[in-house]
Ligand binder design. Structure first.
Ligand code: GDP
Length: 423
C-alpha cells in the first residue's frame, strides 16, 4: 500500500481531521508534519466529539502510532493540556502511540506573547493570527533562535542555550515593545512543563526509516490548506509553514519517504477564517444561512468563519500545487437547503475573465463569476452510495470533478465516521 498525504485544498477547515480519523484504520503510522496548536481538526467518533489541535487525528485508532514531526511548532504546555483532555475522555495517549521528534523546535511562552504584543501595537493590521505564537515561532526557528526538544536530554547545554535566547529575546521584548522581560525563573517553570513530554521524544527519523523497511503504511496529515501555504498561498495572509504535500516527508522527519497518494480535502462550499482576500464571499443573510447550516465557527477560536460558494478557480489551483491524486468532498449535506447552488467558475480581473488563480496581489481586484446549478433540496445525510444520491447532487459532484480534473473518491454527508460515500 502506498504512503498517503491528506491535505486541505483551500483555506483550511475542509474536514481533514474527519478524513484522517477515517483513513487511519488502513495505516500503521499517522504524522503531523507542520503547523502548531492553531489547528482545529474536528473528529466525531464512538468516543465522542473532539477538536484536535496538535495531536495527529490517528490518535483514536488502536495500534496506530502517531508522530509529531520535526516540522511542527511544538508547544509543550498546550500539548500537555490536549493530552490530558483526551485522557479524561478515555483516549489512551502513551509513548507507545505518540512519538515526538527530538528535532522538533519548542514553542516558548514568549512566542505567544509576541503575537499578542504585535496585535496590540498594530491593532489595525491583522493577518488573522490565532495568537498561538506560530509566526514568531517559525521566524525564530529560521533565525536559529529556538531550542530543539531533544536538548531536554542535555540539561547543561539546554541551560546555556536558553540563557543565550533569554538575553536575545529580552532585548526585543523590552527594547521594542517595552514589555516585561522574562526571567530565569520563568524559564525554569516552563522547563518543568517540558519534563512531561520527555518520555515521548525519540529519533523519529530512525523510527520511520525502520518502519519503511518493515513495510509499514504511513499517512501524513496536513494542517490548514493550500492557500495558507507560506510559499504558494495568499501571502501574507498565509500561515508560517508549508501546508503542501511535497513538504510532508521533510516536516515528518523522513525526507527519504515518498508520498505517492495525495488526498485533497475540499469542502462543498468555501470558508475562510480570519483576514485576507476571499473572492466571492457571501455577506448578510446569505452568509448567515450557510454559516448556520454548516456550523461554521472556528474549532480553536470560536470565530465565525467567512463563507462563500465553492470556488473552482482556487480549488483547481489547490489541487495543482498539492499534486492531489484524489479528492474527498466534504459537507455536501450542508447544501441541501439551497434551491440553486452558486459556484464560482471564474474570476473577472480588470474586465478579463480567467480560470487561473492569480498572483496574490491581483486577488484584491478579482470578482467572482458565479454560475448556478440546481439544488436537490432533500436530506442526504443518510445516503451511503453514489447511486442513491439525488441526480442534482451527483451532477454537482461531476461538475466539480470535471473542472478541477481530479477524481472525487470520497463524498462526506455528515461529521460521523460512517457518513461517507466511497466511489
Ligand atoms: P479540519 O481542520 O480540516 O479538520 O476541519 P474542521 O474540523 O475545522 O472543520 C470541519 C467541520 O465539519 C467539523 O466540525 C466536522 O465535524 C464537520 N464535518 C466534516 N465533514 C462533514 C460532513 O460531511 N458534513 C457535515 N455536516 N459536517 C462535517
Amino acid at each position: 500500500m502506498k504512503n498517503c498525504t491528506v491535505v486541505g485544498i483551500n483555506w483550511g477547515d475542509e474536514g481533514k481531521g474527519r478524513m484522517v480519523d477515517l483513513l487511519a484504520e488502513q495505516y500503521d503510522i499517522v504524522i503531523r508534519f507542520q503547523g502548531g496548536g492553531n489547528a482545529g481538526h474536528t473528529v466525531v467518533n464512538e468516543k465522542g466529539a473532539f477538536a484536535l489541535h496538535l495531536l495527529p487525528s490517528g490518535i483514536f485508532r488502536e495500534g496506530v502510532v502517531n508522530i509529531l514531526g520535526n516540522g511542527v511548532a511544538l508547544d509543550p504546555e498546550n500539548l500537555w493540556t490536549e493530552i490530558t483532555e483526551l485522557r479524561q475522555k478515555g483516549v489512551s495517549v502513551t509513548p507507545e502511540n505518540l512519538k515526538i521528534s527530538e528535532r522538533a523546535s519548542l514553542l516558548m511562552p514568549w512566542h505567544r506573547e509576541l503575537d499578542a504584543l504585535e496585535e496590540q501595537r498594530l491593532a489595525d493590521k491583522k493577518y488573522g493570527s490565532t495568537k498561538q505564537g506560530i509566526a514568531p515561532f517559525y521566524s525564530d526557528k529560521y533565525q536559529k533562535k529556538t531550542v530543539l526538544a531533544g536538548e531536554l536530554f542535555y540539561p547543561a547545554r539546554m541551560k546555556s542555550h536558553l540563557a543565550d535566547l533569554l538575553e536575545w529575546k529580552n532585548l526585543l521584548l523590552t527594547g521594542m515593545y517595552e514589555a516585561k522581560p522574562y526571567t530565569q525563573a520563568d524559564l525554569d517553570a516552563w522547563l518543568g512543563a517540558c519534563e512531561r513530554i520527555k518520555p515521548y521524544l525519540c529519533d523519529t527519523t530512525q523510527y520511520l526509516a525502520d518502519a519503511q523497511a518493515a513495510g509499514k503504511r504511513i499517512l501524513f496529515e496536513a494542517q490548514l490548506g493550500s492557500l495558507r501555504d507560506l510559499d504558494y498561498g495568499i501571502y501574507p495572509y498565509t500561515t508560517s509553514s508549508n501546508t503542501i504535500a511535497a513538504y510532508a516527508p521533510i516536516g515528518a522527519g523522513a525526507p527519504f519517504l515518498k508520498t505517492e497518494e495525495v488526498i485533497g480535502v475540499v469542502k462543498a462550499y468555501s470558508t475562510c477564517v480570519g483576514e485576507g482576500p476571499f473572492v466571492g464571499e457571501f455577506f448578510g443573510e446569505e452568509a448567515q444561512k450557510l454559516r448556520e447550516a454548516g456550523k461554521e465557527y472556528g474549532a480553536k477560536t470560536g470565530r465565525p468563519r467567512r463563507v462563500g460558494p465553492l470556488d473552482l478557480v482556487a480549488t483547481s489551483y489547490g489541487v495543482a500545487v498539492q499534486g492531489a491524486t484524489a479528492i474527498a468532498l466534504t459537507k455536501l449535506d450542508v447544501l441541501s437547503y439551497m434551491d440553486r447552488i452558486p459556484v464560482c467558475t471564474k474570476y473577472r480581473i480588470r474586465g478579463e475573465e480567467t480560470d487561473r488563480f492569480p498572483f496574490p496581489a491581483a486577488l484584491d481586484e478579482a470578482e467572482a463569476v458565479i454560475e448556478f446549478v440546481p439544488g436537490w433540496q432533500t436530506d442526504i445525510s443518510g445516503v451511503r452510495s453514489w447511486d442513491d444520491l439525488p441526480k442534482a447532487a451527483r451532477d454537482y459532484v461531476l461538475l466539480i470533478e470535471d473542472r478541477i480534473r481530479c477524481p472525487i473518491r470520497y463524498i462526506s454527508v455528515g461529521p460521523e465516521r460512517g457518513s461517507l460515500i466511497v466511489r
